[in-house]
Design a protein around this ligand. Structure first.
Ligand SMILES: Cc1ncc(COP(=O)(O)O)c(C=O)c1O
Length: 429
């Protein structure tokens, strides 16, 4: 049999799908064709093996193809699948668990992706407040739909300005989404005053991981909650990345700030497709899953056995094993190990992160907002990642992307990664 190469298959993929990828951001150089995933590792079609820190943008909190999760999924689909009517036992069990762990979740509804979850949360907030506008933060990502797809990874001269993420978006959707600066309560309050009685909701990644790792300053999230209460705005924490990865109760549990509504996805089911919108019962009962509710909520695949079983298994692992203790410990080792290398080699860089997530920015101080990231040496950021990839360490070779550690990573992978980091830094600097 002739061995196929990454390049050959990429050409073939391009014949049948535009760009050969099924999500725009996946089209990076080098273009690899992946065939295997297990634990902390992924493999391409040429047999190259990588320690994976990309984690498919975050879902893999336990590691790839985790046996406990897979077994639960297989067990569930050997007896059930999807009914499109009524309720399943798995849905009841999973909703109970989410309501037990996530502080803002008095009730929860399942959908299939984070984008669906943020769409539902925003529409619900508009119905409840009977207002139109939405506040988001520059640099945050909440999915691909028109309400939120603006001012994400904006060009530097577009920061805070009108920056729709796609052609074909409705002007009305773009212009009803206002953009504020992260960690800047004054800017948020100014925006609320300027748009008094018009803002329905404020959506935020409590840690903007879509630009690596920018931490909220002390009091920022609590300040947002206070402003939202004062101006009758619903606060939505988009915990699609932070939820279950940083704590079983989400970052809201760590920060002590309870939003009105929460969106969840990714690490919720260790790579299987499911997402959720959760919140106060008083709000959730406006969805028309409740007789008399007037906010549409539907989806053919909502509550599918695969996603619900996978999520139950993932949460059970977190309840029964020291998942967070392990990934936080390895995260701390990684961050302090890299900082030590930087110090020894005299590298001008900072290591940002929390828990299992980290990134190295090539700049001299930690960023507080998207605009600060202009100082990061983006060329070096990508070259560094490409060189690591050649040494079997897979981090997304793209500016501002973060890295994730899973429960399947061990000290061995951390040591190997630190060794490779030192080699690469010596090569490029
Ligand atoms: C914070 C956040 N919200 C929402 C989404 C959208 O989720 P999905 O890609 O599952 O639609 C993402 C995806 O990366 C995300 O990071």
């Amino acid at each position: 049999m002739i061995k196929q190469t990454n390049d050959q298959l990429y050409q073939e993929a391009n014949v049948y799908s535009p760009g050969g990828v099924h999500t725009s951001i996946r089209n990076v150089d080098p273009h690899l064709i992946f065939t295997h995933a297990e634990g902390a590792y992924i493999k391409d079609v040429e047999g190259n093996k990588y320690i994976d820190y990309q984690a498919a943008f975050g879902p893999f909190v336990l590691g790839h193809n985790h046996p406990y999760v897979n077994d639960k999924v297989i067990e569930s689909i050997s007896r059930t699948d999807l009914f499109g009517v009524g309720t399943t036992d798995l849905e009841i069990e999973l909703s109970k668990k989410i309501c037990a762990h996530v502080p803002s979740s008095e009730q929860v509804l399942f959908c299939n992706s984070g984008s669906e979850a943020t769409y539902h949360a925003i529409r619900l907030a508009r119905a409840i407040t009977e207002k139109t506008k939405l506040i988001k933060f520059q640099g945050c990502y909440h999915g691909w739909h028109d309400y939120v797809a603006r001012n994400m990874l904006s060009e530097w001269d577009k920061i805070g300005k009108r920056d729709p993420g796609s052609a074909g978006m409705l002007d009305e959707a773009i212009d009803n989404t206002l953009v504020c600066t992260f960690n800047d309560l004054e800017h948020v309050e100014e925006t609320l005053i300027k748009n008094r009685d018009q803002v329905a909701a404020m959506i935020i990644e409590p840690i903007p991981h879509n630009i690596g790792c920018v931490l909220p300053e002390d009091g920022f999230l609590a300040g947002l909650k206070r402003l939202c209460d004062e101006y009758n705005v619903l606060l939505i924490f988009d915990e699609v990345i932070t939820g279950f990865r940083h704590s079983i109760g989400g970052f809201q549990k760590i920060s002590g700030v309870t939003p009105d509504l929460t969106t969840l996805g990714k690490a919720m089911a260790n790579g299987y497709p499911i997402a959720a919108v959760a919140g106060k019962k008083e709000y959730m009962s406006r969805f028309n899953t409740q007789p008399g509710g007037d906010v549409w909520f539907a989806g053919t695949y909502n509550g599918h056995a695969v996603g619900t079983a996978a999520s139950l298994a993932t949460i059970e692992m977190m309840e029964n094993e020291p998942v967070h203790e392990h990934i936080f410990e390895l995260g701390n080792r990684m961050r302090s190990g890299i900082e030590e290398i930087h110090k020894r080699l005299g590298i001008n860089a900072v290591v940002a992160g929390v828990g299992s997530v980290w990134t190295t920015y090539f700049m001299d101080s930690l960023p507080k907002k998207y605009g600060d990231l202009q100082k990061n040496d983006s060329k070096l950021y990508v070259v560094y990642r490409k060189k690591l990839l050649e040494k079997g360490i897979f981090k997304m070779p793209m500016n501002l992307k973060r890295n994730h550690i899973s429960y399947s990573h061990t000290n061995k992978e951390i040591d190997q990664t630190l060794e490779a980091i030192e080699e690469v830094l010596l090569e490029i600097l």
